[in-house]
Design a protein around this ligand. Sequence first.
Ligand SMILES: *Cc1c(COP(=O)(O)O)cnc(C)c1O
Length: 421
Amino acid sequence: MTAKVNPTPSLSTRAVHADDPLNTPYTTDVSPAIHVSTTYRYPRNPNDLRPVRPEGWPTSDTDVPPHIYSRLTSPTTTRLETLLTQILKNSSLCYSSGLSAFFALITYFRPPVVAIGPGYHGCHSVLEVHKKLYGLKVVDLFNEKEWDAVGLGEGSIIHVETPVNPTGEARDLTYFAKLAKSRNAILSVDATFAPPPLLDPFQFGVDVVMHSGTKYIGGHSDMLCGVLAVRKQEWWEGLNKERVFLGSVMGNLEGWLGVRSLRTLELRVLRQSQSATKLALWLHGVLDGNDEPLPDDGPTTTEDKSHIRKILHKVLHTSTQLIRDPASSSWISQQYPNGYSPVFSILTHTTNQAKHLPSKLNFFHHATSLGGVESLIEWRRMTHLGADERLLRISVGVETWEDLRDDLVQAMRSLSLEGVE
Ligand SMILES: *Cc1c(COP(=O)(O)O)cnc(C)c1O
């Protein structure tokens, strides 16, 4: 759905009201109706019939195009896209999953070269498909010599994930925006780990923002969704046209879940970000410090802390990145003025400890994915070939953070007392 972005109401107000103009006059529902139809009646008046044009179905020529067939548009998904356009501050499109959004992005721009770094492994696999299809070249995000060797330039894509999976550490978008500009390349950002209000990539010279809407936009571990928001209207029109034929639209019911979820986006994300930062910094403090009490210790005893140190080796998050590399604080505070990734990772001393810890926890499901209201922990090696076998990824939910802290403490104490090494 294209629309002018109205930045005046705050994020939460936009998330509750930006789709009000799509309320239909024949219902008085406050919660949007669920529309499941795949096909929509044409106007009864023959003079109102608008046949398909050479350039495709009606898209941007009116604010609310008539719905024809749900592979093109549908009422609930259009509602979700209307909200996302106002929330992400550029014209947005939804896809059946995060990876189908990334597939559509690479298909549309057909870049000769993509530069990408370590991060969410599925995006690398999407690029493998494109390599097979047309000989795309993929180079390392951090190796400009490789870029030069294959001629990364006009029409190529520099794809940055920030904060990055699985650690939740941040990457400097301003730095990559300069590189992209100097080479006339397109800068796309996978901002799944920092949804609004944490990060607005467009402020830092980014061309395309991608989200796995399955995570914070859905927020309840019950829908798959992908999102692209793009800086240029012509890109939106091209992507919208191609999506009709890729067929990778969201389901109607998922679209409705997405609208329901966005109402609470800011509440959830701020809470999850604050809790993750408190947990990560507290755990880091236990590792780092002597046995002096910390302000956030709660019931944790000195003895508990020595058990924690027998299990926990390292904490990885934007907050601990700042401690290790204080020079990054100027760009990190600009990019993340409202808080850091609600996901972080810990390393245990041994693989065995990482495999055992999830089964000791009461308030964390041992499962993949992230972004839901429920806290999750994952021994990352379960789904990621090549992951550090001591790494546990933690997605912090909306539970009270002190309960999560105490749960982690009892789990590590119990592992340590059992002598798991
Ligand atoms: C989950 C995820 C994806 C893929 O999204 P799906 O909705 O699972 O297809 C892409 N990037 C990141 C950073 C993710 O966390």
